[in-house]
Design a protein around this ligand. Structure first.
Ligand code: TPP
Ligand code: MG
Length: 277
């Protein structure tokens, strides 16, 4: 990856993280863990990979992003505001009465959101339908989807996996946020699972395993995946839940946390210091 692009993506990620922390603090609590673990991916998709236009969010042949783990809304909204889909000031209304930014992503409320999440397990199925629709209409557009590793302990995900593999839905690029935790504990304590890579391969997918916090690895996996035809693509991202909200890193059950306005300032300063900004 060229150094100019890398710098611009790192700057975007830092800004998305700051906005996410402040946004959650404006409500007082929220889903910080699974928001922070996908920030590198969101910045890569919105600021490099995806063909989306903030001035025309409903454009029919745009790329789509299904954030199936819809509780990561705060980070998605931070990214959309930075991209220009709506003003940054909306972020301080997160989850409050009358807001256009509910705690879980809702495509009927927020410009730029392509899927209504909240009930886990369904997004990959929806993403397959969207990708097939693009294919039927002979569009160049792609569908991207983000699912959680706790979410991937639900059966519907594997019905979707099997169907997409069988149908060779190669304009579908899915990302598994393998942050090791679900709502109140470690995924391995809840269901110790077999290798995710082998599992997805067995369903006929084109599979990669990377660090989800490393832009060069994200780029490499997506570029390789784009060259593979006839199979859906799964990029398993090893991530740290709450990455960049330092008080939550390494904490068990850091899924949803209370953050005060003062705490937000301190957390942003700590991140600034760690990143040498
Ligand atoms: C069908 C369904 N069951 C349970 C929940 C409650 N719930 C919300 S988030 C969550 C944990 C999700 O874990 P994971 O998919 O790993 O998300 P992440 O770690 O990325 O936050 C659960 C169980 C839900 N939203 N939907
Ligand atoms: Mg998880």
């Amino acid at each position: 990856m060229n150094s100019e692009l890398l710098k611009s993506l790192k700057d975007a990620a830092f800004e998305i993280r700051c906005r996410t922390i402040r946004e959650i603090a404006s409500f007082g609590s929220g889903h910080i863990g699974g928001s922070m673990s996908i920030v590198e991916l969101l910045s890569y998709l919105y600021f490099h990979e995806m063909d989306v236009d903030p001035s025309d969010p409903g454009k029919a042949d745009r790329d789509r992003l299904v954030v199936s783990k819809g509780h990561s809304g705060p980070a998605v909204y931070a990214a959309l505001s930075l991209k220009g889909f709506f003003p940054e000031s909306w972020l301080s209304t997160l989850n409050q009465g009358g807001t256009r930014l509910p705690s879980h992503c809702d495509m009927t409320k927020t410009p730029g959101i392509d899927f209504t999440g909240g009930s886990l397990g369904q997004g990959l199925s929806a993403a397959i339908g969207i990708a097939l629709g693009q294919r039927l209409r002979k569009m160049e557009a792609r569908t991207f989807a983000i699912i959680g590793d706790g979410e991937a302990q639900e059966g519907q995900v594997y019905e979707a996996a099997e169907a997409a593999g069988a149908w060779g839905v190669d304009n579908l690029f899915a990302f598994l946020d393998q942050n090791g935790q679900q709502l109140d504990g470690y995924t391995s304590d809840i269901i110790p699972s077999v290798s995710t890579v082998e599992r997805w391969r067995s369903f006929g997918w084109d599979v990669y395993e990377i660090s989800g916090h490393d832009y060069a690895q994200i780029e490499d996996a997506i570029e390789k995946a784009k060259a593979v035809k006839g199979k859906p693509h799964m990029i398993v991202m090893n991530t740290i839940k709450s990455y960049g909200y330092i008080p939550g890193e390494g904490v068990k059950a850091n899924h949803s946390m209370a953050i005060t306005k003062e705490g937000a300032k301190e957390a942003i300063e700590a991140l600034r210091e760690r990143e040498g900004r």
